[in-house]
Design a protein around this ligand. Structure first.
Ligand code: NAD
Ligand code: IPM
Ligand code: MN
Length: 368
């Protein structure tokens, strides 16, 4: 049997810096755990635009469809701000999500004990936090038509459309309920059914799927604005949160700060199962290309490393090896190693991006 295949799209800004550390970890698994991967690389985002005039070529798109999993760094940067909308770096990532039909975006927010004092919230509020945001990723206002900027009389109008079909809501709801069954058995669905028809439908469909297929899972509903408030007030009330594309984008960045830094949050974007029974999948940190710190060795590689741990778990059925990697991360944090985004406590040891990679590799080695 051939080795599992990985396509690495490191992207822009700190993307290549954090991905370099993940490459070393992938190699370690090949050598030390007898888990070789066939790794290929490609361009996405601004770097692809610079090379090919498009943020994602058809060849790279086709390759992403073939591999067992895609690992992505980050895309974007201020030098691309003035590009036409159709070739902006972010369009490359959105095309991958849409054409691979990666409708369920899993964004876990876990607070490692060693970082509980680092969160902007009190230790009590975040210590032991372990929630999962399931963000719908291929529809909603990100993709709805009509969209565009049109001339209306003597002024321009910017238009985007929030649109959800019942089947789009059903499938992401099922993903959330399935995850909840393997966790704390609770789902909270967030929308704005008080002002949006798409929210009314969302609530109705999630409730129906819950009642008919998952009566054993506790289901609640919240307006997304109240949900944002509750996420800051007492986040441990949640287990799985399921929400739409835009609300999920916002709520997951907010959840990142519960864990201490945006540099800590991984994600898995999953689609329908392929012939081999595994979901189509793309793994990426929640953070962006961080232009303010790019090229300085300051980026925290942990979000990207933990995204690879999610790949081990969800694409390669290596849950124990994913645990090993997550425990290695927990160990280096407990030892006080901190990249610049996590500095501030007394007694912490500052490390660079590659210094953090070295420490995680050493912890992996020590786990054998
Ligand atoms: P960002 O996530 O890049 O950065 C926000 C802040 O968090 C910055 O201060 C940054 O330094 C810090 N930060 C982020 N990741 C970090 C890490 N790993 N280690 C340490 N600090 C980290 O968001 P932004 O500044 O709003 O966006 C910059 C660019 O990235 C934009 O072009 C945006 O569209 C793009 N973006 C891409 C993705 C993605 O590729 N998935 C996600 C979000 C934003
Ligand atoms: C994210 C990002 C993306 C999004 C951008 C870069 C397209 O913010 O992955 O959270 O808005 O989905
Ligand atoms: Mn985002």
């Amino acid at each position: 049997m051939s080795n599992p295949s990985l396509l690495i799209l490191a992207g822009d800004g700190i993307g290549p810096e954090v991905m370099a550390e993940v490459r070393r970890i992938i190699d370690w698994y090949g050598e030390k755990r007898d888990m070789p991967f066939d790794v290929s690389e490609g361009l996405v985002g601004g770097c692809s635009y610079d090379a090919h005039g498009t943020p994602l070529t058809d060849e790279t798109m086709a390759r992403a469809q073939e591999v067992d999993a895609v690992l992505l760094g980050a895309v974007g940067g201020p030098q691309y701000d003035d590009l036409d909308f159709s070739v902006k770096p972010e369009r490359g990532l959105l095309r991958l999500r849409k054409e691979m039909d990666l409708y369920a975006n899993l964004r876990p927010a876990q607070c490692f004990d060693a970082l509980a004092d680092f969160s902007s919230l009190k230790r009590d509020v975040v210590a032991g936090l372990d929630i999962m945001i399931v963000r719908e990723l291929t529809s909603g206002i990100y993709f709805g038509e009509p969209r565009g900027i049109i001339q209306e009389g003597n002024e321009r109008v910017g238009i985007n459309t929030q649109r959800y079909t019942e089947s789009e809501i059903e499938r992401v709801a099922r993903s959330a309920f399935e995850l909840a069954r393997r966790r704390g058995n609770k789902v909270c669905s967030m929308e704005k059914a008080n002002v949006m028809e798409s929210g009314v439908l969302w609530r109705e469909v999630v409730q129906r799927i819950g009642d008919t297929e998952y009566p054993d899972v506790e289901l609640s509903h919240m307006y997304a604005d109240a949900g944002a408030m509750q996420l800051c007030r007492w986040p441990k009330q949640f287990d799985v949160i399921v929400t739409d594309n835009l609300f999920g984008d916002l709520l997951s960045d907010a959840a990142a700060m519960l864990t201490g830094s945006l540099g800590m949050l991984p994600s898995a974007s999953l689609g329908a199962p392929m012939d081999n029974g595994r979901p189509k999948a793309l793994y990426e940190p929640v953070h962006g290309s961080a232009p303010d710190i790019a090229g300085q060795g300051k980026a925290n590689p942990i979000a990207c490393v933990l995204s690879f741990a999610m790949a081990l778990r969800y694409s390669f059925d290596k849950g124990a090896e994913a645990d090993r990697l997550e425990q290695a991360v927990e160990k280096v944090l407990a030892d006080g190693l901190r990249t610049a985004d996590l500095l501030g406590e007394e007694g912490a040891t500052p490390v660079s991006t590659s210094g953090m990679g070295d420490a995680i590799l050493a912890a992996l080695e020590a786990s054998l």
